[in-house]
Design a protein around this ligand. Sequence first.
Ligand code: 5AD
Ligand code: SF4
Length: 445
Amino acid sequence: MKKAFVKSYGCQMNAYDAGRMADLLAAEGYSATETVEEADVVVLNTCHIREKASEKVFSEVGRLRVLKAERAQAGLDTRIVVAGCVAQAEGREILARTPAVDVVVGPQSYHRLPELLAESRSRRVVDTEFPIEDKFSKLPARRNRGVTGFLTIQEGCDKFCAFCVVPYTRGAEVSRPVAQIRAEAEAMLAGGVREITLIGQNVNAYHGEAPGGGSATLADLMRALSDLPGLARLRYTTSHPNDMGDDLIAAHGDNPLVMPYLHLPVQSGSTRVLQAMNRKHTADEYRRLIARVREARPDIALSSDFIVGFPGETDAEFEETMRLVADIDFASAFSFKYSPRAGTPAAEREDAIPEAVKTERLARLQHLLDQQRHAFNESMVGRTVEVLVEKAGRHPGQVAGKTPHLLMVQIDAPASTIGTLLTVRITRSGANSLFGELLPDAAAA
Ligand code: 5AD
Ligand code: SF4
């Protein structure tokens, strides 16, 4: 049997795409392998969002080139595919610089992977088009992978934040119809999934075709999914502050399947920097928005993304970010040094912040965010929560799963509980995980 090795970098959308490429290859008779040496097809699903992502691709391909030559000596063919956002942004350069690569395919055309592989027998191929046909309707039915799963409902972005490559690599915002999403959710649930995370670059800008005509918001979509048998939990990511509609905020209070967790990137606490980033809201508007979300769901866990050292960011402006973090109190967060991305407006600016300043700011911000995360985790100790068990735990006799607030918990319980909701008392908070004990009469469905 032919084997395929698929490796994904970057965001959850990429992880989803990698899974769908694995589905496509499975339909062509390839079984999945984790051992790259035995792979007949290797797919690198690349990320372009930060740092020297493309350099990483070139060095990875360098290693694969050696492997491909070794396999060729043994009479084995190896096809190397570069997919994802670096493929989209730098497709032609990749082909020119790296003869070992057979196929370059972008995020909007990977449904054509089997054809492209066939074509690559006679010539090297690049497909970085934004086709008009609907990629999703061309993909085979999805196969089950575990208790939780991602479902792409929206792709692309029309916001054009000054630092971001997404609008260029993923293209314009497109939402999938409700009926198509429901069908995919049903297939996931039939395969044993209990928690679905709806994903999109700008997921709360979702405006897909509603079954009865017109368009559905994200809150409408979540309501439409809520009656699916077996579905225990819904999450969504990633959102833009300006697309937090009233009905979505309300859903956190009145749709019991929507988990009390919100990842809402703010990037900076300085209104001046936000404006330079083209975020189109102020720091105080973000504060007020968070207050409204907390009114709808007081115990909500908040998460965010931050960029430090955006061109022109002064010390005082960075302090405003520190103040915003102190005011809001996040349960978790991701923070990054600004890195210029070719083709974006911010990359043209001449007031770059020195690396040492970025490093110092990032360390201070991360220290504060870490303190907040630890405090949030500690606040769970002694509480009774529902855990969706996902997998075997760290030690024999343990299982692991997540709380509604997306915290991983290790529990002494048998493997037969995987896929179920357990009522658990949190006993201790460790560095990366909580620990919990099963309450005697607690197994819920
Ligand atoms: N430099 C640093 N961080 C970036 N992000 C996006 N583009 C850049 C960049 N050029 C971060 C943002 C975004 C997250 C996904 O990645 O914080 O929310
Ligand atoms: Fe990038 Fe801004 Fe769009 Fe997010 S909202 S994907 S940061 S352009």
